[in-house]
Design a protein. Sequence first.
Lengths: 132, 133
Amino acid sequence: MAKFCDEGENWAANVLFKAQARGSLYLGLYTAPTSEPAESAALTDLTEPSTGGYARVQLADGDWTVVLSVATHIQKSLAASGAAWGNVYGYFICSVVSGTAGILHAVEQFTDGPYNVPDGGSVKVTPKMTVS
Amino acid sequence: MGTPMWCDEGENRVLGILLGDTPVDGAYYLGLYKNSVQPGEDDVVADMTEPSGYGYARKVLTRGGWTIAAGAATYAEQTFLAVGGDWGNIYGYFITTTLTGTGGKLMGLEHLGSPLSVLNGKGVKLTPKIKCA
């Protein structure tokens, strides 16, 4: 289960209670840090694969299912093409398709990771989030 | 005061708004309840017993009217006033998605540490605060 980061909590409050637009959501992978990022982390604290065709993918509104206070997105696959990505330690959800100027909503460290992604390999992620 | 809590319906709605395709709520509504036993997280608006008559009505909490700081949303103090009769003991407050009736979603509630006896001409002052952390 991905955990909300401080930036994401603040975004949630502003969307729910102020006039802030929600915006789009994007899924990315990180190769550093090797341990779970802190709740206070920002996009600048994460290192993503820089080669091998890596790009964040958009999460569509209609692809989430909310049941019993848990939101689950359909599985997304990110594939390395042309070069290896090396060890991938987890995924994150943010507000921008690229760069570090956006909001880091949430992160999750792979409990059975890292996944060493060779050229031609892929990582399949089923994003899950909860509030309680 | 007690500990504010999100209700199951509120959690599902928040996730639907933040991640899915549920439209954002233009306002939330603050109500009082007379249930002496703390409601459960799985309760719904129909489980809330509100004061009846004597000037009681839920308060409108307009989207945009909140102040956000450190992951917490705070609204200006709201005053409920009993007019023409007693309301009896008030045990807590709740936030829902509709101004009246039981058709809305129960977003969250707080059970007070001790009840407030509201007599004719007296009131209840509340400062709604919700943590998103």
